[in-house]
Design a protein around this ligand. Structure first.
Ligand code: NAD
Ligand code: MG
Length: 384
């Protein structure tokens, strides 16, 4: 069997390291030919020693390169992911950089690679229409890695040309699901990072706690599956066993279930249309006993409704939503604002940001920069 070469963008992160675990298990199927990370140099060096890529890259140049990692081509700088893809020309790009920082890499991956394996949801939230148009124009499959979108993608295999009435995204509800509103306001970084069912990077774990993550995923689903917002619903399902569902016009609902382990959706994208066993225990339904569902509480978690509103507004509104959120989450993680301020900063930024049309990637970056500047001002005004 011919090996597939794969670039792992965000190689030191939660998704990246789990993808590399699958490469480690299936060396006859995959070759990690390009590894990219932000600044965790020591971690990347040890991955380079193990996986021996052709190209490695760091956004922040380290003080020195150890002798034993110099065999590959090294690229440094903020645009390192783009340049690394152009140098390595892998068959597949696993786009697992966090935030809009990964958008340009997704854009380049569409030019350079045969397939894009997409974890970086912020790239679709901000550049979704442009990215999907380019993927269609160039005939590049966009394989979802986000567990909900992978679930929907898997369910859609049974569609056989039938129209889909509704997508139903499940949400764990995050670390604060059962907390009263007053306690949510002052939840600490430690409280918020204690996610009940998934182990993920810091930013997405905060997004789960505000439930904006589900809002970003609604926008992601809108672009990936060409569904209008009114046909995308969210239901809270704390056990994270049903990863999402599709409903047909006769009322039949298909659900995809598995233990919450990201190696499932990552492996499905990497080996599509094959499946990669990774040692997951079978689901034990008798032991699970019951699966529960509840409506999202938009009073305690207002961000989800803001994401629907931004999607309906269109233009630069989802870019501003994302830019304000990235800015506010970073401030929360630096303990500069209380948890409850995150959704307020998003709302105030959206109220102040003019909505503009998006004709190209340059417009996305301009709208992003503007929303960040406004969000920073809002944060500073309140904290002085
Ligand atoms: P993480 O913080 O654990 O890892 C992020 C990775 O991106 C790191 O390797 C970091 O070095 C790299 N990176 C960050 N900025 C960079 C830059 N400017 N240039 C180059 N590399 C950069 O994040 P994560 O949890 O792995 O999430 C990655 C993406 O996948 C996010 O968009 C997230 O929403 C999505 N996602 C994650 C999960 C999960 O289980 N972790 C699930 C679904 C979707
Ligand atoms: Mg998800």
């Amino acid at each position: 069997m011919n090996k597939r070469t794969i670039a792992v963008l965000g190689a030191t992160g939660s998704i990246g390291t789990q993808a590399l675990d699958l490469v480690r298990r299936y060396p006859e199927q995959f070759e990690a030919s390009c590894l990219v990370a932000h600044s965790s140099a020591e971690k990347l060096f040890s991955l380079v020693r193990e996986f021996r890529p052709r190209v490695a890259a760091l956004a922040v140049e380290p003080e020195s390169l150890p002798e034993d990692v110099r065999f590959c081509e090294w690229i440094f700088g903020e645009d390192c992911a783009v340049r690394a893809l152009e140098a390595a020309k892998p068959m597949d790009a696993l786009c697992a950089i966090v935030g809009i920082a990964g958008l340009d890499a997704v854009w380049t991956a569409l030019d350079v690679c045969e397939r894009v394996l997409l974890a970086n949801k912020e790239a679709l939230v901000t550049g979704g229409r442009l990215v999907m148009e380019k993927a269609a124009r160039l005939g590049r499959p966009m394989l979802p890695v986000d567990s909900e979108h992978s679930a929907i993608f898997q369910c859609l295999q049974a569609r056989q040309g039938n129209p889909v009435r509704r997508l139903i995204l499940t949400a764990s509800g995050g670390a604060l699901r059962t907390w009263p509103a007053e306690a949510i306001r002052t939840a600490t970084v430690r409280d918020v990072l204690a996610h009940p069912t998934w182990r993920m990077g810091g930013k997405i774990t905060v997004d789960c706690a505000t439930m904006l993550n589900k809002g970003l995923e609604v926008i992601e689903a809108h672009h990936l599956f060409a569904m209008p917002p009114e046909k995308i619903d969210v239901v809270v399902h704390p056990q994270s066993v049903i990863h999402s569902m599709i409903e047909f016009e006769d009322g039949a609902v298909l659900a995809q279930m598995a233990r919450p382990d990201m190696r499932g959706p990552i492996g499905y994208a990497m080996a599509y249309p094959s499946r990669l066993p990774y040692g997951a225990e079978p689901l034990d339904f008798a032991q699970l006993g019951k699966l529960t569902f509840e409506a999202p509480d938009t009073g305690r978690f207002p961000s989800l409704a803001m994401a629907y509103a931004a999607l309906r507004t269109g233009g630069s509104a989802p870019v501003a939503l994302n830019g304000a959120n990235e800015t506010a989450v970073a401030a929360f993680l630096r303990e500069e604002i209380p948890f409850g301020r995150i959704s307020e900063v998003i709302e105030e930024t959206l109220n102040l940001c003019p909505v503009r049309g998006i004709a190209g990637i340059g417009d996305v970056h301009a709208a992003d920069a503007q929303s960040r500047a406004i969000a920073e001002k809002i944060i500073r005004r309140r904290s002085c």
